[in-house]
Each structure stands twice: as structure tokens, then as C-alpha cells.
Design a protein around this ligand. Structure first.
Ligand code: SF4
Length: 583
């Protein structure tokens, strides 16, 4: 097939959006193998001058400040963003693919906005992180990701603690094919890294949880698509997390997010018990919590805001814009939303948000809402009756979220053959297969077990999570995933506890697996002799067990971790009062 050069050489200049479309189109043609990819790529003539494309969120190149911060004061990442919007990195990606070369630090940062991470020195390869909005995907998408992992990647994938997928071991020459293949599946990795809004999560049983107050998927997906279609939703001062909690039985860890939307019920009775000047009709609303960042030992706190579900996307966008305009762009350690809130307080932040909205932001005391029902710890695991009669969801335990392509295909086949082709991912690095008729529950459980996964566990396995660790992340001081699996293998069957515990392994203080929010948390730390070790924190929790864990042990050798955990849990079991949880 010849390249339609007349299209590329059209006399009238293309608008930026036409250029974007055409670049995407040409990349799609390339990905299908129709155009040889040598030297300059087919869409070269569409290249905008770096920095000349609409810069979206940041100041134009001739301006002296970025949202009030003088250019000279910007940290280097901000300067890169200012000089050229990372959304416009397509030409750079094509060049790296063409030359089969890994990026330097600046390009590495730009590529993260497209969900692509060069993970040297842990691995000399790229990792891709996807967005799976509302943690919901189809069996067809799972098949597609399995094929990508097998054909272009290293033959495995991981479910992450934001209920999405990461796949590793890609060579530079494959990154364009990878990105376009992902998009052909109806998925995207755009904004999954760098200073952007990460995967928008939701309670994984939304739409079939008999105890939920609201199916929150439409709002999570609404925000996802709003982000994808608004350039000023990218290039924030730092990463940003948003989660939607359906008020039901399974935790979405929404209180660990920058914005957590919690579905709540307001009734005549609750309104009467807590009179408020605000006039509110009984119904289901979202309460808005702000400022969660457990690595900095803070959970999202209730702001008093009570909004209609239909207002959630607009409120999110307004808050994100306030953050973009006022977050710290000079010091990345102080750049998360928490620090704007610490310096302003909720009142000022809400007042600034209000200025960007065409409707009034209402407040209501927490006591005027029904309390949230307690989440069921490890409640995602195993068989649960759905709100649809005769149907069940089956929670599948996947140690540290790792799946081979064969296992991914097998899960997708189960979802297709026994369910409705739907799969939900959890922030506990596991998945649910919903819509299984009563008659097929046992068959599905047996199949899951034959794959090496589990649908039943002791008090430990279902609550063990781990960040990427030293096998794939340069910041890691320890092989978190291997050590987490070791705990499951050695202790899950051996220890019988009467209340479940969560054990979180993170490889460094960045806390991707939120060690401060686990009953037992491990944070990687190199020992003086260079061996892998951990500092150990105890007593954290989320949701109704919310608490920041406190450090108890320092410099524990990784090989001693299972014995230490056993000792801690045996002591807890022996000394605890009746009904007392670990927290
Ligand atoms: Fe890497 Fe640290 Fe995050 Fe683990 S917690 S994935 S080591 S950055």
C-alpha cells in the first residue's frame, strides 16, 4: 500500500486536532504492518514544531511564569513540561522506535505521560501502565493484553494497586506498535504516569453488589473520558488519584486518594437528627473527601461537601484545575494536593473550586448522612451473591497480581463462557468474574484452582499486596513481590486467625503499596552489608479501620520476614481480646 501523500501535503494547514487525528491514523496504518517503518516515518510532515502545538495546561513559551511560578524557579520536570507539552511526544516516540533506542532522562519523563516507563537499571526495557477506568474490562481486552504480553512483552502482566494492568519487558522498537495495539483494544495508557491523573478507580463490585448504594461506574468512567478529552487535565504539579466508593461491601481504598467520592444515603430521619441550614432532599449523594496520600501518612478527610452524583465529574475537574493552578511547581516533595490543603485549609480550597462551577457546592454535617456500612475485609475473595437473582461474582486471588498470558486467556474464557464477558480488577491486585449462574459456580472455582489461583484462603493470602519491587523498579531496596509470595506460601495455611489481616510490601518510601495503611507494612531498606531488608510498621488500616501504621522494627533482613510475621501474628492471636482486630 502506498502512503497517501496527497493527504499529507494538503495545501491548507492542518489544525492541531487534525494533526493529532492524522498522526493517530497513520500510526494505526503502521501498526497493522502496511507501511514499512524505516528512516522518517510516514507522518513526518505533520510534525508540529516542538512547543508550538497547543500547550494546553501550561503557559505559552513566551510567558514568564507558569501559574505564577517564574520560569527560573521551576523544577526540571516543570521546565520540560513548559518547553513542550509531554502530550505532544508522539514524534519523539516514533523516533525512539525507529532507532530502537532507550530515552534519556527528559524523554523518559515525557514518555511516562503516555504510560511508558523505561525501568533501567532494574530491567533494560520499557513497562507500560494502562488505564482501566472503574476497574472494569472485557474478556476481549484481557485476551488482547495477554497477546501483547506474549508477543511484545516478557510473557507476564501484573494487576496493580490501582486496579489496572502493567506489562513489562518491551523493546524500544515495539513501543509504537504497543501503544496503538493497546488503543485498538479500546484501552489507553495516556496519563498513567508522570504528573497526571492516574487510573480512576471504583468499587469493583459496582452494579451487582446487593449492598451498594450506587453503581458508581458511570461517574468514574465519565471522569476518565473527561480527562482524555481535556488537555488541561494533564501536566499537573504532581500525580493525582481519584476513586469512587459505592458504599457497599468491598473497599476501594478511596480514603487513600487525593479525591475520594463516597456514596452516602441521606434520609428524613438522618436530616431530622442533625438539623442543618442547608436544604437537602433525602436521597443518595457523594460526600467528598480530600487529600489522601498514605506515603505521607495522610488519609483523605471529609470536607463536608455533599454533591449529587451527576455533579462529580464537574467537581473533580474544578478541583483538579485549582490544584493545577496553585500546586507547588518548584519542589516535587511538596507538590501533591495535600500540601495545597495544608497551607490553605478546606475552606479556601472549596471557595476556589466554587469559582469554577456554575452550581452551588452544598455542605452537610457528616451526622446528617447514614454512616457507611463497614467494608468486609478481604470481602472481594470467593463467591458472592449478586443483586441479580441467580447470579454470582467470583473473587479470584492472584498472588501479587502476576498473571501469565495463558492464565489471562483462561480467565477471559471463563468470563466469556460462564459469565457475560466481563472482568473487574481490584486495588488488592486481584480480580472478580461476575455474572456466573448458580449452576456454574463450582465449575468456575475448579477451573480457577487449576490455573494456580485461589477462591478461598486463610486469613492472610487475600490481603497481601506488593509494589513492583527490585525486579522492575529502580527505587526498590527489596524484591517485594517475591517476599510477599513467600509470606503467602509459608503462613496462609499454617496460621488460623479469627480476623483477617492485610500485609503491604513497598520497596521504598514512595509507598506504591501503601505500607502505612496495612495491618503490617514493610518498606524496603538496604542493610549495611548491602542485603535486602525492611523497616516494619504495624497497626495501619483503611475505611472503617483507618489508621496510620507506626514503625516498630528497623533493618529486618528479608530472609527473616516470614518468621517475624509469624511471631507478630501468633502474639496477636494469643493476646487479643474477643473481637479485637489487629488495628
Ligand atoms: Fe518502586 Fe518504590 Fe513504588 Fe515500589 S514503592 S514500585 S519501589 S517507587
Amino acid at each position: 500500500m502506498s502512503v497517501p501523500t496527497d493527504l499529507l501535503a494538503a495545501p491548507a494547514p492542518f489544525s492541531p486536532s487534525q494533526k493529532e487525528y492524522l498522526q493517530g491514523f497513520m500510526a494505526g496504518v503502521y501498526a497493522s504492518g502496511s507501511i514499512p517503518f524505516v528512516g522518517t516515518h510516514a507522518s513526518g510532515q505533520l510534525t508540529a514544531t516542538p512547543g508550538a502545538a497547543t500547550s494546553g495546561n501550561l503557559a505559552a513559551p513566551d510567558e514568564e511564569t507558569v501559574h505564577g511560578t517564574p520560569l527560573g524557579d521551576l523544577c526540571k520536570e516543570e521546565r520540560w513540561k513548559h518547553d513542550e507539552n509531554p502530550l505532544d511526544a508522539w514524534e519523539r516516540l516514533l523516533k525512539h522506535a525507529d532507532e530502537n533506542k532507550f530515552p534519556d532522562a527528559e524523554n523518559m519523563y515525557r514518555f511516562k505521560t503516555h504510560g511508558l516507563f523505561y525501568v533501567a537499571p532494574a530491567q533494560d526495557s520499557f513497562m507500560i501502565r494502562l488505564r482501566v477506568p472503574a476497574c472494569e474490562m472485557t474478556a476481549t481486552q484481557m485476551h488482547g493484553l495477554a497477546d501483547i504480553a506474549a508477543e511484545l512483552g516478557g510473557g507476564y502482566a501484573h494487576i496493580t494497586t490501582r486496579g489496572n494492568f502493567q506489562i513489562r519487558d518491551f523493546k524500544p522498537k515495539d513501543i509504537v506498535r504497543l501503544l496503538t495495539w493497546v488503543q485498538d483494544l479500546g484501552l489507553t495508557s495516556k496519563g498513567a504516569g508522570a504528573d497526571n491523573i492516574r487510573n480512576v478507580t471504583a468499587s469493583p463490585n459496582s452494579g451487582f453488589d446487593p449492598t451498594e448504594l450506587l453503581d458508581v461506574r458511570p461517574f468514574a468512567k465519565g471522569l476518565h473520558h473527561y480527562i482524555l478529552n481535556h488537555r488541561d487535565m494533564y501536566g499537573l504539579p504532581r500525580k493525582f488519584n481519584v476513586a469512587f466508593d459505592n458504599g457497599g461491601s468491598i473497599s476501594a481504598a478511596a480514603d487513600t486518594n487525593d479525591i475520594g467520592f463516597f456514596a452516602v444515603r441521606v434520609t428524613e430521619k438522618t436530616l431530622a437528627a442533625s438539623p442543618s441550614p442547608t436544604r437537602v432532599e433525602p436521597g443518595i449523594y457523594f460526600r467528598v473527601h480530600l487529600g489522601g496520600i498514605t506515603g505521607h501518612q495522610d488519609f483523605a478527610r471529609d470536607t463536608g461537601l455533599l454533591i449529587k452524583p451527576s455533579e462529580a465529574v464537574a467537581v473533580s475537574a474544578a478541583m483538579i484545575r485549582v490544584f493545577a493552578e496553585n500546586g507547588n511547581r518548584t519542589n516535587r516533595k511538596k507538590a501533591r494536593l495535600k500540601y495545597v490543603l495544608d497551607s490553605w485549609g478546606f475552606e479556601k480550597f472549596i471557595a476556589e473550586t466554587q469559582k469554577k462551577l456554575a452550581f452551588h457546592l452544598g455542605r452537610l454535617p457528616l451526622e446528617a448522612c447514614e454512616p457507611r456500612q463497614p467494608v468486609v475485609k478481604h470481602g472481594w475473595l470467593g463467591v458472592a451473591k449478586q443483586s441479580q437473582k441467580g447470579l454470582n461474582s467470583i473473587g479470584v486471588g492472584i498472588p501479587v497480581g502476576r498473571m501469565s498470558p495463558k492464565q489471562m486467556h483462561a480467565i477471559a474464557d471463563l468470563a466469556t463462557n460462564f459469565g457475560k464477558g466481563e472482568i473487574r480488577l481490584t486495588v488488592w491486585q486481584n480480580l472478580l468474574i461476575p455474572h456466573i449462574p448458580d449452576a456454574f459456580v463450582e465449575s468456575v472455582k475448579r477451573s480457577v484452582s487449576r490455573m494456580g489461583f485461589f477462591t478461598e484462603a486463610g486469613s492472610i493470602a487475600a490481603g497481601v499486596i506488593a509494589c513492583t519491587g527490585s525486579r522492575g523498579c529502580k527505587y526498590a531496596a527489596a524484591d517485594t513481590k517475591a517476599h510477599a509470595v513467600e509470606i503467602i506460601k509459608k503462613l496462609d495455611a499454617k496460621l488460623r486467625l479469627d480476623s483477617p489481616v492485610n500485609i503491604h510490601f513497598t520497596g521504598c518510601p514512595n509507598s506504591c503499596a501503601q505500607h502505612y495503611a496495612g495491618d503490617i507494612g514493610f518498606v524496603g531498606s538496604k542493610l549495611p552489608d548491602g542485603a535486602e531488608g525492611y523497616n516494619v510498621v504495624l497497626g495501619g488500616g483503611m475505611d472503617n479501620e483507618q489508621g496510620v501504621a507506626r514503625e516498630l522494627f528497623k533493618g529486618i533482613r528479608a530472609t527473616e520476614v516470614p518468621a517475624l510475621v509469624e511471631k507478630i501474628l501468633v502474639t496477636y492471636s494469643g493476646k487479643k481480646q474477643r473481637g479485637e482486630t489487629f488495628v
